[in-house]
Design a protein around this ligand. Structure first.
Ligand code: 2NL
Length: 344
C-alpha cells in the first residue's frame, strides 16, 4: 500500500511540475486529492489493515497528501507570478514619449474686459453687486427719478413683459435695490456689471442686448471731486498712466449735476487721429452726483448723505482698447475672432 502511495506521489508531483497553466493544476488537484481520487480510496481502505499497520499507512497517506498540496500551492503561485510578469512586460509604458498638449481656451474678450474693470474697482474698495434682469417698472424707472412720461419708458425703447415688468434697460435697478437694503445708512460702495436690454435694430454699433457696468458711492460728504479722482484712477489704469481726463456737463435723470468723461486719445496722445475723430478726446462714460430724489426714494436722508454714480458700456471700452469695429463680433461666436484674445 505504501508503494502504491509512493507511486501516486511521484506521478502527481511530475504532473504538477509539467503543468503549464492553472487549469492543468486544477485538474491534478481534482484527480489526486478529490473525493473520488486514489488517495481518498487508500484512506477508505485502511479499515482492512491490521491495527499495527494502520497508523503507519495513515501517516504516510497524510504526508503524501500534504506534499501534493504544497507542490500545488507553490506551482499556482509560480504560474500567477508568471502571468503578472507577462502582463507587466506587455503593458509597460514609454515615459520618454512626448506628452499630448492640452488645448487651452481663453476668456471671451468682453468677459476679460469686465473682469479687468471689476478688479480695478475692487482694489479701490468697491464690491460687486448683482440683481435680476427681469425688473419691475419701479426699480428700473421710478426709483431712478424717471417720471411716468419719460421717453425711456416708451414701448419703442424697452422690452415690456407686462405693463409693470420689463427686461432691465440699465443696471441702475441693482443699485437702487442695494441702497434700499442699507436702510438709510452708509457707506454704499458698489459696482454692478450685467446684461441690459433695449429695443434696437442691431448694427455695427447697436445691439438689443449688451453689457453695462455702473458704480455707486453713497456716504456723508461725498463730492464731485471724489468722483473725479475715482474716474481718473480708472482711466489711467485702463488706458495708460499718461491719460488725461476731462468732464463735460451732461444730463441724466438720476444724477444732478451730470457729466460725461472723456480721456485723452491713447492712440495719438491728443494730436487728432481717426480713433478720436480728430478731436484728441474719446468719450468713455457718463456720471454725476446722485439726484436727491433717488437717495430719498431708497431711504437715505439727502441732507446728510450725498453720492456719486457712473455708468459705462464694456463693449465700447473693449472696442476702443482692441480696435474692434463691430459690436456684433461679441455675440456671433466666430472662433477666428474669439481666439485672437488669448493671453501670451
Ligand atoms: C451711461 C451713463 C450713468 C448712472 C449711470 C446711477 C445709478 C443710480 C443713481 C444715480 Cl442708482 N446714477 N447711474 C449715473 C450716471 C450715468 O450711466 O452713459 N451709461 C452707459
Amino acid at each position: 500500500m505504501q508503494d502504491r502511495l509512493q507511486a501516486l506521489k511521484e506521478e502527481a508531483l511530475l504532473k504538477i511540475e509539467q503543468a503549464s497553466d492553472l487549469k492543468a493544476l486544477q485538474d491534478v488537484k481534482v484527480s489526486y486529492l478529490g473525493k473520488k481520487g486514489p488517495i481518498t480510496e487508500v484512506l477508505k481502505g485502511m479499515g482492512k489493515l491490521s491495527p499495527e499497520e494502520r497508523p503507519v499507512v495513515g501517516a504516510y497517506a497524510n504526508e503524501v497528501r500534504d506534499a501534493i498540496t504544497s507542490a500545488l500551492e507553490s506551482k499556482v503561485a509560480e504560474l500567477e507570478q508568471a502571468v503578472i510578469e507577462e502582463k507587466l512586460k506587455k503593458e509597460s509604458i514609454d515615459v520618454t514619449l512626448p506628452g499630448r498638449p492640452v488645448r487651452q481656451g481663453n476668456a471671451h474678450p468682453l468677459t476679460a474686459v469686465i473682469e479687468e474693470i471689476e478688479d480695478l474697482f475692487l482694489t479701490m474698495g468697491f464690491t460687486v453687486a448683482e440683481g435680476p434682469e427681469v425688473e419691475t417698472d419701479y426699480y428700473n424707472f421710478e426709483a431712478l427719478n424717471l417720471p411716468k412720461d419719460h421717453p425711456a419708458r416708451d414701448m419703442q425703447d424697452s422690452f415690456f413683459i407686462t405693463e409693470d415688468i420689463l427686461l432691465r434697460t440699465q443696471t441702475s435697478p441693482v443699485q437702487a435695490r442695494t441702497m434700499e437694503k442699507h436702510h438709510g445708512r452708509g457707506p454704499v460702495k458698489i459696482i454692478s456689471p450685467g446684461k441690459v436690454y433695449r429695443r434696437d435694430d442691431d448694427d455695427a454699433t447697436h445691439s438689443h442686448q449688451f453689457m453695462q457696468i455702473e458704480g455707486l458711492v453713497v456716504e456723508e460728504n461725498v463730492r464731485l471731486s471724489d468722483l473725479k479722482g475715482v474716474l481718473e484712477t480708472f482711466a489711467k489704469k485702463m488706458f495708460g498712466e499718461d491719460r488725461k481726463i476731462r468732464l463735460r456737463p451732461s444730463f441724466f435723470p438720476f444724477t444732478e449735476p451730470s457729466v460725461e468723461m472723456d480721456i485723452s486719445c491713447f492712440k495719438c496722445g491728443g494730436k487728432g487721429c481717426s480713433i478720436c475723430k480728430h478731436t484728441g478726446w474719446i468719450e468713455i462714460l457718463g456720471a454725476g452726483m446722485v439726484h436727491p430724489n433717488v437717495l430719498e426714494m431708497a431711504g437715505f436722508d439727502s441732507k446728510k448723505y450725498t453720492g456719486f454714480a457712473f455708468g459705462m458700456g464694456p463693449e465700447r471700452i473693449a472696442m476702443l482698447k482692441y480696435g474692434i469695429d463691430d459690436i456684433r463680433h461679441f455675440y456671433t461666436n466666430d472662433l477666428r475672432f474669439l481666439k485672437q484674445f488669448k493671453k501670451a
